[in-house]
Design a protein around this ligand. Sequence first.
Ligand code: ATP
Ligand code: MG
Length: 714
Amino acid sequence: MDAITQNLTPAQADAVTHVDGPLLIIAGPGSGKTRVVTHRIAYMLNQGVRPWQIAALTFTNKAADEMRMRVNLLAPNQPVWMGTFHRFCAQQLRRYASFVGLAENYSIYDMSDSRSAMKRAIQAAGVSTSHATPEQIASAISKAKNRLITPESMQQQSGRASDTVAARVYPVYQEQLLLANAVDFDDLLYHFARLLRENPEVRGELDAKLKYIMVDEYQDTNLAQYAIVRAMSVDHPNLAVTGDPDQSIYGWRGADLNNILDFEKDYPNVKTVRLEQNYRSTPNILAVADQLIRHNRRRKAKELYTENPDGENVILRQYQDGYEEADAIADEIAAQMITGNAEPRDFAIFCRMNALTRSLEHALRNRGLPYQIVNGVEFYQRKEVKDLLAYLHLINNPSHDVALQRVINTPTRSIGATTLGRLQSFADAERIPMLEAARRADEIDTLSKRSKTMVRSFVSLYDRLRKKATASLEELVRYLVEETKYIAFLERTTVEKEDSNPIENVDEFLSAAVEFDRMNPEDGSLEAFLEQVALVSDTDKFEDSNNRVTLMTLHAAKGLEFPRVFLIAVEDDLLPHYRSKQDDQQLEEERRLLFVGITRAKQWLQLSYAKRRSMRGDIRVAIPSMFLSELPRADMNVIESHADRDFFDESVDDDYPESWDLVQEPAPEEEAEQEYSSETAVTNTSSIGGPKTPPSTVDRLPKTTSDAASVIPE
Ligand code: ATP
Ligand code: MG
């Protein structure tokens, strides 16, 4: 018991010991919201609440794991339900499947299954995709489900062209899913919310059974999630939610800030607890976070303070390019492990999108630093990257049947399983590779005329690609993407995700090719590249240990904390993301995303941006994020990289926004001197005490800059 209420501030203890009746904990990052949830679970168990009467809902599995671990320390081995909303709904739906027209053994479609189902539904609905891409249709339907809009009611609403088209596809898509006894991710919430709404007995049953429902990160609930927890907290209104409006980052998925702002209206007798002391971060880190978030207009201001000791200044660092950034960060981690008594598990590297982690993976691996990627698929395991790699494998080795099977109908070219099976039988009988069988398609009697034509056209595509096998890797990959019309294929078939965009992954793959050419000017053979990639994949089979550097997206980092954090590529078009820049509300959400990232750090934080970043296979001028100019310099060390400035002419520098005055450009005469100097300069140090950041460990790059210059587009 003591362990449960000890080490809590009075405000925290107040929340923990409030068992019956609605509870709202609204507080900034690191103030102990999640701690209150875990301690409250233990406290309730102690007060005689049965473990099965409690459910604690989170947004990510990682957050649920973390919560389970913390509760287990206070109240070991209690079967309290803790998990994500989606998992919760999936389990409930198993029991009540028949109420929504499903059988108990229903399947949950993953993204690619849903994509195929959507394609089929679009065809069956007979709508034209000239005004709305399948991606837009899928996204409109997803949003409708998150707002509990039924197929019937969507048809009655008028809206954008894509919504009108989606309204026609929606009923067909739902019908096909039900016929297949399947649901997509959104359906888990949608079906369960509707089930509660339409079946008062079920609702009452669950309300009575799950008397104590808790939601951490409530600011990210969408309407469906809100409806679910509200419906289960009518007779027993013991709903406890924690949230921080400044950390709402799921607007794109329909999250509605009003759910938290209106909680007090929904439950007039709510007990509201505000927590103001931050226990996580140093004052420097908090000051930076606070200054940033003040730029959001749609918020209620709140004060955060900490009694934690001063730490090092937050570092804002410029790099020449993404490769230097990756190498320098890996060096910095290695150095801090020696001088700072740190372990790999103390470090986290956050980025806006998964595609940005590839150079870091290389850099960490080269130094033998163990790392893990959370909530993301290793770069070379991503579907689109594997597709392109399979082409390269087949170009390199025409007998690579596995690669052939992967690419012969990717992008789709009407070569189905039957044709493939017949090719395979012929190849088996003749003991030849499948590509060879494809060449001899005319001899295969079982193939239809149409199939033969399709196969022939694939072979001729292959021969065209093969001719480029000895070109530079960059040229080969560009040619491959173009000839196969791979981007158009992705555009037809993909649904947008929070942090991994397939097209960006293709661009990143192109960047990998460019980099490989640059690093291997002499012997950059296709085979060497494939070998390098194969070895990368090999080392993915980690030994089981958690002492690793964590690489993750900002979205995945929510709710977590790390002693030392690197936030990379804080650049315009990435953060804020180019799609969110035009809209004020979306821009504020991007700012909150950066706020979430900054507030994960306990002791040490570095934000970085590069002058150039490889995008779409080109090395482009990168512009620092507008958010960086909003940070308080007094609490930061601003470090500029001076190397190789002469690759930019004046017009390029003019592209920097006027507000961007953090970095003092060297005078022209210094510039010449510093052409091949590795120096970095500390241009601003804080007046606040604390150890100063040691000089950069980055002292490389010049030897490769002339190569880099050659790939800067004219
Ligand atoms: P976020 O908004 O980022 O999710 P949070 O409000 O949930 O943050 P917690 O993760 O619960 O914050 O707490 C942040 C850190 O502070 C944790 O390491 C936690 O153990 C510690 N902490 C919170 N309250 C106290 C306390 N009263 N005494 C000691 N440590 C505390
Ligand atoms: Mg938390």
